[in-house]
Design a protein around this ligand. Structure first.
Ligand SMILES: Cc1cc2nc3c(=O)[nH]c(=O)nc-3n(C[C@H](O)[C@H](O)[C@H](O)COP(=O)(O)OP(=O)(O)OC[C@H]3O[C@@H](n4cnc5c(N)ncnc54)[C@H](O)[C@@H]3O)c2cc1C
Length: 378
């Protein structure tokens, strides 16, 4: 019998596992993939993560892994408008391959039991009687169960979550490249139906990650599979981005592609299964704040979980407190991210919005601040 089972070892799952184990709780962390592994992500870590990394005890390891400081942002449209600014603090660029490995190692170090290559197949139970979590190798029992299994998992369909039954039009592709320095700037380039982020990570590598609405992009790359030529066909519709791509060479082995990406508010609990990170809701990638939010949701869950495990609050209060905290912290940010993303997908709106930010930089800066959390003291 564990105190908590956490399903999925991304930012949210590892962040919570580390903090619960640091508080002496018996934690089981279950991950379906073999670790470490490449993951689909822009690999840009928003300014507020540094304080969280310090609390988790991984800041030194992140720096030693070669995390790159990022102090500026730039945005271009396919019609030539652009906006450049300073970020409200120092962000970081680091591959998910390196970051997830550091988090996983830290969870092991502080005493969590961590099993990779262990996909969870079913979750039963409730807060009053405890949970049974099934895998191919058998089942595990715990007083609390957390869904930290990310943006889409077959568990969502199996549990009949509403968003998983709807068709979600977004597809995303990521790859690593060499041959360019971004000079501490994260770049975002819009094209009809989508946008692409360029972020420098360790060892002089550039992560290129783009997301688009399948329907809106179809004509750009009809018939091509979602690989390198497909990406180039879609992305060259923005000339600044096209010239960036000309200068770069792909690195083998890191490419990832994914469809069915949803930006719905998915719910903080599914029955009594406690949702953290993208499993509760994912912010539009253009905000570059999904990883910080995943860690932030683990931070929100921690004191409530400890109070429940210590017998200080009832199941009913657990759900209400987390829902309230989550809505206060993230709901508006997610809605704003969705609106900005909708705008960026349409060239005429993107042109107007980016043009406006270019001529009134204070507006662009305010939007950047509004799409991320406040930096907490370390
Ligand atoms: C195109 C794109 C670009 C993005 N770029 C950025 C960016 O630059 N910066 C940023 O901050 N955010 C970005 N994000 C968002 C960010 O990637 C997520 O918000 C973040 O990874 C959420 O962390 P998580 O822990 O909730 O989920 P994840 O990191 O996805 O982790 C979930 C884990 O659960 C595991 N899992 C799934 N199902 C099971 C199962 N049945 N059993 C066991 N394990 C399971 C998965 O293998 C995975 O390891 C981007 C998202 C997209 C789609």
């Amino acid at each position: 019998m564990h105190d908590a089972i956490i399903i999925g070892a991304g930012l949210a799952g590892c962040g919570l596992a580390i903090q619960l184990a640091q508080q002496g709780q018996r934690v089981l962390l279950l991950e379906q993939q073999r670790y470490p592994t490449h993951k689909l992500c822009g690999e840009f870590l928003s300014t507020e993560v540094t304080a969280i990394f310090e609390r988790l005890g991984i800041l030194e390891a992140v720096q030693a892994a070669g995390a790159v400081p990022i102090r500026r942002a730039s945005l271009t449209t396919c019609t030539g408008e652009s906006f450049r600014t300073h970020l409200p603090g120092t962000a970081l660029g680091l591959s998910r391959y390196a970051l997830d490995r550091i988090l996983w190692q830290r969870a092991l170090e502080v005493g969590a039991t961590c099993l990779d290559r262990t996909p969870v197949t079913a979750i039963d139970g409730n807060l009053a009687e405890g949970f049974t979590v099934s895998t191919a190798a058998g089942f595990h029992r715990a007083r609390l169960a957390f869904g930290a299994y990310g943006k889409c998992s077959r568990l969502d369909r199996q549990r009949g979550r509403r968003f998983a039954a709807r068709p979600n039009p977004f597809v995303a592709v990521k790859g690593h490249y060499t041959g360019l320095s971004l000079a501490e700037t994260v770049e975002l380039h819009a094209f009809p139906g989508g946008y692409c982020g360029l972020s420098e990570i360790e060892a002089g590598v550039i992560n290129v990650c783009w997301i688009g609405h399948g329907g809106l992009m179809r004509s750009a790359a009809a018939g091509l599979p979602p690989t390198e030529p497909f990406s180039r066909a879609v992305l060259r519709r923005n000339s600044s981005l096209a010239s960036r791509l000309e200068a770069m060479t792909p690195v083998a082995g890191a490419s990832q592609a994914l469809g069915q990406i949803s930006f719905a508010l998915k719910g903080t609990f599914d029955d009594d299964l406690w949702m953290i990170g993208d499993t509760a809701g994912m912010i539009a990638p253009l905000c570059g704040d999904g990883m910080a939010m995943a860690l932030g949701s683990a931070d929100l869950a921690l004191p409530i979980a400890l109070a429940f495990l210590g017998g200080h609050i009832e199941p009913k209060l657990v759900k209400g407190r987390y829902r309230q905290g989550w809505n206060r912290a993230f709901r508006r940010r997610l809605q704003l991210g969705r609106c900005l993303q909708q705008g960026l997908l349409h060239p005429a709106v993107a042109r107007l919005a980016v043009g406006l930010c270019g001529s009134r930089p204070a507006l662009g800066d305010a939007l950047i601040r509004a799409t991320r959390g406040a930096e907490r003291a370390r």
